[in-house]
Design a protein around this ligand. Structure first.
Ligand code: SGN
Ligand code: CA
Length: 532
């Protein structure tokens, strides 16, 4: 055999080194839902999950780390996703709100860096950023918000319909990719992005009857009167009482003359499926028409229907987590995989009398984050640091052994996952922009230090200061109270400092230009607004 030259030896040495690191580098599975509230993950211990359990998510928490303060930068779908991809706030990644906007895919993102660093990157499910995904070896996405039943998908070759329930379809596609479409010699990043439990909360038909006979516990603040806070809390259009639509959201037939069920979900069902749906929803409609609930009774009745449909959607998401974990376990992949579960933001499950998100109050500002990493994370650990979806990009890059660019604004969570106690951020900055828009939540920015929350609704120049220790339900602003003067001053200074650190442009941002703001109102609010 011919002897190798010194250069050939060197090349071989380099190649072996590269292969070793590739094999050692962990895979990452990121399961990401839409609008999944922490209150609806059993591991967080809220009362509703005593009835509607989430066993697979709870097992994930028990085998890894549960983050109790994962805060989003801007509590709405597209902006959250853009922050995750870029590791930057909306004012730098250019994606402020969901509509009339497209994500600029030529930006530096973590999938591109992972791909460049030898990872296979796959994205399956909800994307919702307008433009085509960039930085993915494989992508197969739902158009826009996607549909619950027999949904269309878009991949590099075009749009096509798929039979089945969306959460199952996404899971099956993910497992198919793992099983037969990836290159088994390279590490991977698999992003499984569920549509559920987004509005209109349409469950898998097989789960339509789950917990039918149960009465779910109501949140303490279901009948919040919005006293002691700014006009933003009163002016929103996201209350169960007024804004939650009987036909569209609760699938009641004939609640308003000529209006049937939810047109979107229902229209995707085939005739056999429609029968199952109709049977179930007819029962519900009959109950509504015979009870004719009003006032607080109506809110209570709506809450029960809402929470059941929402948790039925969660049941499928929990199944998905279980199925993907089982696949990894059966194929010897679990040991070398970092498994992450999160959502694009939190959600109101009747707290403050609301559904939807957007506000800087706890339920929508905080999102679930559960991570397992065998051999690295101490099972059953809990972390209370102020972490953020802003940190995900740098975390993924560090897991993959790659450098993060200095332009990313978060912090890698890897030291926290390793059980270290590094110096950490003392304040988290928040900024919501989508007004006018769905649910009519005023634009606001704010700062949170783990106890106090200072919020500025700058278009109306109203402030709130919340002491979450004394007032965990966030029912009373103490802004302007003398005994909080020092806190207020400190937080205002911290807010300015954070804005400078993150290069937030000075002054009030340009408001969103909307041709017909009326179209965003719920039926009842629109009627009230037009007769004003
Ligand atoms: C839709 C929903 C809203 C929801 C937004 C944003 N209306 O417009 O209730 O707030 O999506 O959700 S619906 O009548 O179409 O259901 S997000 O998750 O994409 O930010
Ligand atoms: Ca969302």
């Amino acid at each position: 055999m011919k002897k190798m030259t010194l250069t050939q030896h060197f090349i071989l040495f380099l190649l072996c080194g590269l292969m070793a690191t590739a094999a050692d580098r962990p895979n990452i599975v990121f399961i990401f839902s839409d609008d999944h509230a922490t209150q609806a993950v059993g591991a967080y211990g809220y009362p509703i999950t005593k009835i509607a359990r989430t066993p697979h998510l709870d097992r994930l928490a028990a085998s890894g780390m549960r983050f109790d303060r994962c805060l989003v930068t801007n509590s709405i779908c597209g902006p959250s996703r853009a922050a995750i991809l870029t590791g930057k706030y909306s004012h730098l990644n250019g994606f402020y709100y969901n509509e009339d906007t497209e994500f600029n895919g030529s930006q530096d993102t973590f999938p591109k860096r992972l791909q460049g660093g030898g990872y296979q990157t796959a994205l399956i499910g909800k994307w919702h950023l307008g433009s085509e995904p960039t930085g993915f070896t494989h992508w197969d996405i739902l158009p826009g918000q996607g549909d619950y039943y027999n949904p269309d998908f878009i991949n590099a070759t075009g749009r096509y319909p798929v039979e089945g329930y969306v959460t199952d379809v996404v899971t099956k596609k993910a497992i198919r990719w793992l099983e037969s479409e990836r290159d088994v010699k390279r590490p991977f990043m698999l992003m499984v992005q569920h549509k559920a439990p987004h509005r209109e909360w349409s469950p898998d038909l097989k789960y339509l009857d789950l917990w039918e006979e149960e009465t779910f516990p109501e949140p303490e603040t279901l009948f919040d009167d919005y006293a002691n806070r700014t006009s933003a809390a009163r002016e929103q259009d996201m209350s169960l009482a007024l804004s939650l639509e009987l036909d569209m959201d609760l699938k009641i037939d004939g609640a308003q003359p000529g209006r049937r069920y939810h047109r979107r979900s229902y229209s995707r069902l085939n005739s056999e499926e429609r029968q199952i749906w109709e049977e179930k929803m007819e029962g519900r409609s009959r109950e509504f028409h015979s009870l004719q609930p009003e006032g607080k009774d109506l809110v209570r009745w709506k809450y029960q229907q809402y929470i059941k449909d929402y948790m039925r959607c969660i049941r499928s998401v929990d199944d998905s987590v279980g199925e993907i974990q089982q696949y990894l376990r059966d194929n010897g992949l679990l040991e070398n995989t970092v498994f992450i579960y999160s959502s694009d933001q939190g959600f109101y499950l009747g707290e403050h009398g609301w559904f939807d998100k957007r506000f800087m109050y706890d339920e929508s500002y905080r999102t679930p984050l559960l991570v397992s990493w065998p051999g690295v994370i101490e099972p059953g650990s809990v972390n209370g640091k102020l972490v953020s979806n802003l940190d995900f990009a740098q975390t993924f890059l560090e897991i993959a052994g790659l450098q993060s660019p200095a332009t990313m604004q978060g912090k890698s969570l890897v030291p926290l996952l390793q059980g270290e106690t590094p110096a950490w951020r003392k304040h988290h900055y928040y900024h919501y922009y989508e007004y006018p828009g769905w649910h009519m939540v005023y634009r606001h920015e704010g700062i949170y230090d783990g106890r106090f929350k200072l919020i500025h609704y700058y278009d109306v120049d109203e402030w709130e200061l919340i002491d979450t220790k004394k007032d965990p339900l966030e029912l009373k602003s103490v802004y302007g109270e003398r005994k909080y003067a020092v806190v207020e001053k400190e937080l205002k200074a911290a807010l300015q400092a954070k804005k400078a650190e993150y290069c937030v442009p000075p002054g009030v941002p340009e408001p969103r230009q909307v041709v017909d703001p009326m179209r965003y109102y719920s039926t009842q609010r629109r009627e009230a607004e037009t007769s004003r």
